[in-house]
Design a binder for this molecule. Structure first.
Ligand code: MG
Length: 391
């Protein structure tokens, strides 16, 4: 039996999908994307070991992502994807592999049949084999205007896994590393490195589902594929804080000048408190007081953004996503209208969602009740979230 190692390249630091962590650690259907890639690779049964190449400072994220899985120590990546692959290839020499399957963490839907097809082609005599999709769209070259139509016959879109004879691809990568930068930069996948070295690389038909996750729309698509059916949940939150001495209030994470302040243990951001409770409510995770007890001195004067962020992180851990949030601020003073857009932008930024998903409204109670008498501010929040359907 040939010895085959899966090398998963997960060293990127980019977060184009709109989250703070690198995209390979983005939770998708309840697990970090990298964990899906590793689990899928292990499940193929085709690999003797799975090794990841990770970026600097990602050890903790990585450790959490693969916790409990049977996987080898990760390798530290380099400045570029190509450099990362070379480090990975050099490091796995200790396993004396016959074949190596180089895979992008951002293409987590690895398939056992495909990997076995790749291995079969290399056992047939090819130096390497990659999964790829025949191009079906008509291709145009141009800048704003069509200069040329490119015949699509015989064109393929390269995917990963890309599987090679270990010694051959290691040598090809070492040679590529010695090239001038411009030439190196043109090598955008491992097959290109192999071709440059004169290796013969077979094409194996891949699947459209094995797409590369680049944008937040891709995350949604991946989530639908992995989670099967998503369910929608709602949560509500309500909070009140009384006015006291002061010269401003904090609402929705922004400071609004006023002739009073709001009384509270933290920064008394009644809007963020209601919203935090709404998110916790949607996932059945208790309320803000349980997570951040007012009796705990560490929350004295705390910025409530961290409470909201915590709720959003819990939601993400459940595999959930915020669909929208709607806040109603109930008070006579200060006037909310001039600050609504800034509050929505602030909340959207804390939650790392597009601002169009956040609504901030305001109303008075026609001088009735405690808000009508100007004794405090009440806020009502409602959120909708999606979660993988389950028990
Ligand atoms: Mg409160």
């Amino acid at each position: 039996m040939s010895r085959c190692i899966a090398l998963i390249v997960a060293a990127g630091s980019g977060s184009r999908v709109g989250r703070s962590a690198p995209k390979q650690y983005t939770p998708v259907a309840g697990k970090p994307m990298l964990r899906w890639a590793v689990e899928r690779s292990l499940a193929t049964g085709a690999f003797d070991h799975v090794v990841c190449v990770i970026g600097p400072g990602q050890e903790q994220l990585y450790g959490e992502a693969v916790s409990g899985l049977t996987i080898r120590q990760p390798v530290q990546g380099g400045e570029t994807r190509r450099a990362s692959v070379l480090y990975g290839l050099e490091t796995i020499a200790e396993f004396e592999p016959d074949f190596v399957s180089i895979q992008d963490a951002a293409r987590p839907l690895v398939d056992g049949t495909e990997v076995r097809n790749l291995i079969a082609r290399v056992e047939d005599g090819y130096d390497g084999a990659i999964v790829a999709l025949p191009v079906v769209d008509t291709l145009k070259r141009g800048e704003g205007e069509i200069a040329q139509t490119i015949p699509r016959a015989g064109l393929w879109q390269a995917q990963t896994p890309q599987l090679f004879r270990y010694g051959a691809i290691l040598e090809a990568h070492r040679r590529a590393a010695a090239l001038p930068e411009a030439k190196r930069d043109a090598l955008t996948d491992d097959a290109a490195v192999a071709e440059l070295a004169g290796l013969r690389v077979a094409l194996v038909a891949g699947r459209a589902e094995n797409f590369k996750v680049t944008t937040s729309a891709d995350i949604n698509r991946l989530e639908r594929l992995l989670a099967g059916v998503l369910e929608t949940r709602i949560g509500t939150g309500f909070d009140v804080h009384a006015f006291g001495p002061g010269d401003h209030v904090v609402l929705g994470g922004i400071r609004i000048p006023h002739d009073k302040g709001l009384v509270g243990h933290s920064d008394a951001d009644v809007a963020l408190h209601a919203l935090t409770d709404a998110i916790l409510g949607a996932i059945g995770a208790g309320d803000i007081g349980q997570h951040f007890p007012p009796s705990d001195p560490q929350w004295r004067g705390a910025a409530s953004a961290q409470f909201l962020r915590h709720a959003a992180e819990l939601l993400a851990q459940y595999g959930g996503r915020l669909v929208n949030a709607d806040l109603t601020i109930i008070c006579e003073q200060p006037k909310i209208g001039p600050h609504r857009a800034a509050m929505a932008a602030s909340v959207a930024q804390i939650l790392a969602v597009p601002v169009g998903r956040i609504s901030v409204k305001a109303t008075t109670t026609e001088k009735l009740g405690f808000t009508g008498r100007g004794e405090g501010i009440a806020v009502q929040a409602m959120v909708s979230v999606t979660l993988p359907a389950g028990d």
